[in-house]
Design a protein around this ligand. Structure first.
Ligand code: F6P
Length: 371
């Protein structure tokens, strides 16, 4: 790799310790990443230290040495072998000083951080610390979040499984919606990012997808759902059911949409009923899809090799729109964490070109959605 903007320090020596942690909201496929970090790391002659419960475990010195047998079968399972947590202590000066002490105490020379926005923010802090061998700590991030809001990576670990889980759930909801000729509002996770709602809305043939990035007011959102419902229940439409997928980030509560539809539709469409299903944490669990296993394994492979070569303050990204591809995998590129976090913030507030493309894609298919 010739990118001079990427940070590099001394390569890891044989026998050096590479720590790995999963942090923030768990995502299906994290275990595949842990498996690869362990197996590739061991094959490179490194010692692999699994930190329990993310940054909390790093600060508490809670971890376990990982061997081949520990990770043999875990690719099949959701969640994370190491556990996860959202740890705020790490953001303080005392937290950073404690982390530095633990790193030296435990002989850690590099860390692979598997997680989303908060975890990668923590990874930046780690990259400012010193490794036990006196060089800078090698810190490489691997994007994992069902929200698909991590900048510079077209996909994060967990997104594909979450999308499939949502589509499976909506297919089931569609059966009962059809039977009762009802309107269903299905709310899906994603924090501020509408990606999961958008893609699962298309894949499940929803009538309306509500997401934050388009910047519609509550009144405009209500008008959108009301008009789709009126079309569905109009004489001769032959449809008489409506599926609305709502992103968690839309601040208009699903129950308020239901109340609006009940009040506005009932006088014209007697007996029509609206139900709300919030899928919540269901979307985060389950066995990872083959795609998530593959993306996680390949990102983690590149992350270990990057750490071994001495890269730090970077993240391995999956099929980014720009950036020089890594020598280890033609679909993976390294990006500096500063750039990743700036782009993540832009995706979350909807100003990124990526968000605009996603909105354009949805608007392009909207006419088809609600026919
Ligand atoms: O970031 C992943 C995510 O599942 C979001 O979609 C959701 O808003 C949040 O985490 C829920 O967090 P918690 O599990 O802490 O309630």
């Amino acid at each position: 790799m010739n990118d001079p903007s990427l940070d590099k320090t001394k390569p890891l020596a044989a026998g050096a310790t590479l720590a790995v942690l999963t942090s923030g909201g768990d995502a299906p496929g994290m275990n595949a990443a842990l498996r690869t970090v362990t197996k590739i790391g061991l094959a490179r002659g490194l010692r692999i230290w699994g930190v329990r419960h993310g940054y909390r475990g790093l600060l508490d010195g809670d971890g376990v040495e990982l061997h081949h047998r520990d990770v043999d079968q875990i690719i099949r399972y959701g969640g994370t072998l190491l556990g996860s947590a959202r740890e705020l202590r790490f953001r303080t000066e005392e937290g950073r000083a404690l982390a530095q002490r633990r790193i030296v105490e435990q002989g850690i020379d590099g860390v692979v951080v598997v997680g989303g926005d908060g975890s990668l923010t923590g990874a930046r802090v780690l990259a400012g610390l010193q490794a036990s061998d006196g060089a800078r700590l090698r810190v490489v991030g691997v994007p994992a979040s069902i929200d698909n809001d991590v900048g510079c990576s077209s996909l994060s670990i967990g997104v594909d499984t979450a999308m499939n889980t949502i589509v499976e759930a909506i297919d089931k909801i569609a059966d009962t919606a059809r039977a009762h000729e009802r309107v269903f509002i299905v709310e899906v996770m994603g924090r501020d990012c509408g990606y999961l709602a958008m893609v699962s809305g298309i894949a499940s043939s929803a009538d309306v997808v509500l997401y934050r990035e388009r910047g519609l007011s509550h009144d405009e959102l209500l008008a959108q759902v009301e008009s789709a419902a009126r079309r569905a229940y109009a004489d001769g439409s032959g449809k008489r059911m409506v599926l609305i997928v709502k992103a968690e980030g839309v601040s208009l509560p699903a129950e308020a949409i239901k109340r609006h539809l009940d009040a506005r539709l009932r006088p014209d469409v007697p007996n029509v009923e609206t139900r709300v299903t919030v899928l919540g944490h269901l979307v985060r669990g389950g066995a990872p899809t083959a795609m998530d296993r593959l993306v996680a394994s390949r990102l983690a492979n590149a992350a270990v090799l990057a750490a071994a070569e001495g890269y730090t303050d970077v993240m391995a990204a999956w099929r980014p729109p720009t950036g020089e591809r890594s020598p280890w995998d033609p679909d993976v590129a390294l990006f500096g964490l500063e750039e990743v976090l700036a782009e993540t913030a832009a995706i979350r507030d909807g100003t990124s070109a990526v968000s605009r493309k996603r909105v354009a894609l949805l608007q392009g298919v909207e006419a088809v959605l609600s026919l």
